[in-house]
Design a protein around this ligand. Sequence first.
Ligand code: MG
Length: 280
Amino acid sequence: MGTRLSSLLTLSAFSAIFLAGCSSQPAPQTTPTPATASAATTAGRQPKPEDTEYYTPVPAIVTPGSTNGAPPSDALVLLGGGNDLSEWVMQKDKSPAAWPIADGVMTVDKKAGGIETKRSFSNYQLHLEWRIPEGITGSGQARGNSGLFLASQGPGDDGYELQILDSYNNKTYVNGQAGSMYKQNPPLVNAMRKPGEWQVYDVVWTAPQFNGDGSLKTPAYVTAIHNGVLVQNHFALRGNTPYIGQPVYKAHGATPIKLQAHGDPSPPISFRNIWIRPLQ
Ligand code: MG
């Protein structure tokens, strides 16, 4: 499927593909051991349909949410409908997250700094909703800037950032607009909704793997859907996503997920309904 065609996937089409993908990679399960017939057993006779069919292991049953945005039965809810921030800590000192929250909507406190998950993750599927405030001011990178760090590697902006920004009629460098892997790869398309409306990210993250000497074994991969539209298609990262300089890989294991408190003076953005499904 070509990139352009991929970018036209609708939410329903994606959901079908996504669910198909999940059923082949639920969390956790044993490694499939297909009981395919060997060449020897089919030698000398006509192949049968059954030669290429197997029945174990059976994919785990996951009950989907009432909508595709609601957490399925095996998800860990990181931010639900209440005002519970217990899954989050301040990034700078690991103290309890101090961003304001009301009715399940959490708003960035730029002075307090970024927050990150208490738990660490490797590979996962993540759902996150975010909203640029109506009446947002500023331009370029100084307009509703935040970020979803798919793996935080330490203080500040260290890690791999899927950019959050108001990219509705707001020009900036394309590898820094909403849906970009910051400074590495622009989104395939701009799927922004207007300020004041909720935006949805659905992300599949495959963490990088490292050899014993710290060298890179396999890169990180990201697939990201913005408002039901594919914006990152199994993109292989070249390393972290620094503001200045080239990407580099620095060996790490499981890490927290971080939300950015960007220093621009525009009004802060909000988050709601965040859940995750760790994958093998
Ligand atoms: Mg950002």
